[in-house]
Ligand binder design. Sequence first.
Ligand SMILES: NC(=O)c1ccc[n+]([C@@H]2O[C@H](COP(=O)([O-])OP(=O)(O)OC[C@H]3O[C@@H](n4cnc5c(N)ncnc54)[C@H](OP(=O)(O)O)[C@@H]3O)[C@@H](O)[C@H]2O)c1
Length: 271
Amino acid sequence: MSLRRADDELAVALVTGACSGIGRAIADRLGALGYTLVLASNRAAPIEEAARAIADRHGVATHPIAIDLARPEAAAELHAAVAERGLAVDILVNNAGFFFFGEAVDADLASAGRMLQLHVVTPSLLCARFGRDMRARRRGHVLIVSSISAWRDFPGIGFYGSSKKYLRGFARSLRSELCVYGVNVTCLAPGATATALYDPDVVPVELARRLGVMMDPERVAEAGLRAMFAGEAECVPGALTRAMTLAAVLTPQPVIDLLRRRAPWLRSDGR
Ligand SMILES: NC(=O)c1ccc[n+]([C@@H]2O[C@H](COP(=O)([O-])OP(=O)(O)OC[C@H]3O[C@@H](n4cnc5c(N)ncnc54)[C@H](OP(=O)(O)O)[C@@H]3O)[C@@H](O)[C@H]2O)c1
């Protein structure tokens, strides 16, 4: 693997949402580089399986933690769980997330609330808690997984896109604040990636991956870690993704509104 550790003093990485997709690929890459891993996800069996597999493959210590991060107290609990194990986190990867599509006023409000907790509140509070520790040690990296949906507001993804926009802005502020203490903050903004984020009955994930419309999570992970170790502010992996981001930014708002009026996948019985 071409990816290299930036600093041999950094020893422990915490990855949220590490049991599948981009988070698992990031955890695997960090394991290959020799980091001790704290792996957090919602469901116990998948995170334990991921921790076992990565430990077996790379011979590193792994600490699986099953925790629902979509709760107000989750950041404090995870921080305490890491401290109980006597570990100091040098690399924090805020990755856990989920997706749903549909108009904001039709959303399952419990899911919408959980999304805001998971994408906005918990990562911010994890950054504050672990960032404080990193500032005291004068070293560390924070990788925040946003999305290219942070670049433009589209109908159908109001909760998702806006929460990712928040993460992008938060990453920028945090980066300015922590850089003076030797702590780096990088925002990773993937485009469509072939993972369990999408319901395979609705989105033909495997076909999209084979056609190159969706990226492999491993490529996204590699690009994100490379940018993080290089101290870059932002990483949008893949040339197609960058082109799509530019197209989204340049599309005039009336075109987006027109598309929404014609979109068969969104409600139109109100007109
Ligand atoms: N795939 C894409 O196209 C794409 C594009 C841009 C950005 N992203 C972002 O990339 C990140 C990773 O997503 P992915 O594509 O790799 O999807 P994924 O394979 O579904 O992974 C999501 C991870 O988040 C965890 N998670 C979800 N809800 C949680 C909760 N309440 N508490 C703790 N962990 C929770 C999941 O654990 P459980 O399985 O145990 O619930 C899983 O490990 C997300 O933030 C997503 O928004 C993805």
